[in-house]
Design a protein around this ligand. Structure first.
Ligand code: ATP
Ligand code: MG
Length: 390
């Protein structure tokens, strides 16, 4: 009586000719997720089986599987030889002692001597005769016993379909560079792009010594949380302290954020190109703060040529928080350490700055010199050496 986890995959089957590629990436991702846990991963027609794991670590196995994009659903069950007695022995484990239930059989092995209906009747009948508290309800049962008779002489028996995260396997949709702050939004933005199959690398801007070591540690932690889903290999940090000081000293106060954003985007584009990233990703959401207006976005976009993906652009804060909680980032995101943007924050930031005004103020700065200096401060923090991240 061997306990197994059955994994069904999501959109992968839609990808016709690319199917082989998607399956290979998905296999690598599942293996990476299971790293450090004893197991065997096997692909059988249209699904995966995890076998030979330590039974007492089943929760951890499920937890890891539940983070791998591409997993449509999974079930904890048993794999047995496909004989009626063997199936019944595990059906007893899956079926509750009392209440209503239904047996549902899928028979891939058409050579099996009984039809699906006959198997349902035989297993259901035996369960009923042994357990007085059970009743069949084919419409709205409290519990199911699913039996899947495979072609290879084995049967899978399980009671529940657990929902996976869906999406596409990370690594099938290129690489993007996430501008990650210590806030709630950007980790969620990274999560959503990873869900579409994108590998997400991270870049953080700090204003040390105006911001402290704890603020950086918080971003490292957020990157680690994100990396469980996103294939993130590293967090890069760049200092914008001197840039902020220069803007503060030379330019109109109300443009501090607007001008800083333009520097951030330019630096991000340079970093993205260095690491083979095809786009930038931000956590901006329309109208959420002064700089997240269409004018603000236009101003930032105009200094880069790479596309900027903003998966949260139409989300309410509440929806973003729900997702932040679900991905396990919220508690870390709300820790009270200062981000660089709160240093030198103007009392009245420009909400709809005119382009001519922005360019005039920016011309007071040595843009290229500041960019090069900032690039020189870049540090790389490797993520994911720990077990089982993905
Ligand atoms: P978040 O919750 O992600 O901090 P926010 O609502 O605070 O977002 P802003 O501070 O305006 O909004 O930032 C908008 C986006 O700009 C962020 O989602 C992030 O992608 C990027 N960003 C802001 N500050 C930084 C930073 N210090 N380092 C890297 N990216 C940043
Ligand atoms: Mg922020």
């Amino acid at each position: 009586m061997e306990k197994v986890v059955i994994i069904r995959y999501a959109e992968i089957h839609l990808k016709g000719k690319n199917r082989g590629f998607f399956e290979r990436v998905f296999t690598v991702n599942l293996e990476r997720a299971m790293r450090g846990l004893r197991h065997e991963l096997r692909r059988t027609s249209g699904r995966y089986l995890v076998e030979n794991f330590d039974a007492e670590r089943i929760d951890e196995v499920c937890d890891r599987i539940s983070r791998v994009f591409g997993v449509h659903s999974y079930s904890v069950g048993y794999k047995v030889q496909s004989g009626l007695d063997e199936i019944y022995a595990v059906a007893k484990e899956v079926c509750p002692a009392e209440g209503t239930f239904k047996v549902e059989t899928h028979r891939a092995d058409k050579k099996f001597p009984m039809t699906s209906m006959e198997i349902n009747a035989a297993i259901g009948g035996r369960l009923l005769s042994e357990r007085a508290g059970l009743k069949v309800d084919v419409h709205r049962p409290n519990a199911y016993v699913y039996i899947d008779v495979r072609e290879n002489g084995t049967a899978l028996v399980f009671g529940e379909f657990m929902k996976g995260p869906g999406g596409m396997p990370v690594g099938t949709a290129g690489k993007g560079l996430l501008l990650i702050s210590g806030g709630i939004d950007s980790p969620v933005a990274g999560y959503l792009m990873a869900k579409r199959g994108m590998t997400v690398e991270c870049l953080h801007f700090h204003s040390y010594p105006y911001t402290n070591e704890q603020a950086k540690e918080k971003v490292v932690e957020l990157t680690k949380i994100l990396s469980r889903y996103s294939g993130t290999a590293a967090l890069r940090t760049v200092s914008v302290t001197h840039i902020q000081e220069e803007i503060h000293k030379r330019c109109a106060e109300d443009l501090m954020i607007t001008l800083l954003r333009r520097f951030m985007y330019r630096i991000a584009e340079r970093v993205a190109k260095k690491i083979g990233g095809g786009c930038l990703i931000t956590g901006e959401s329309l109208g959420q703060v002064a700089s997240q207006t269409i004018e603000g976005i236009t101003s930032s976009n105009s200094v880069v040529t790479l596309p900027v993906l903003r998966p949260l652009i139409g989300f309410d804060k509440e929806e973003i928080i729900t997702r932040s909680v679900a991905m396990g980032a919220y508690e870390t995101s709300v820790l009270p350490f200062e981000d660089c943007c709160t240093v030198f924050l103007p009392e009245f930031p420009a909400i709809k700055p005119k382009m001519s005004y922005i360019l005039e103020e920016e011309s007071k700065l040595d843009v290229e010199g500041l960019l090069e200096e900032a690039m020189g401060t870049m540090k790389v923090i490797r993520i994911g050496e720990e077990k089982g991240t993905y």
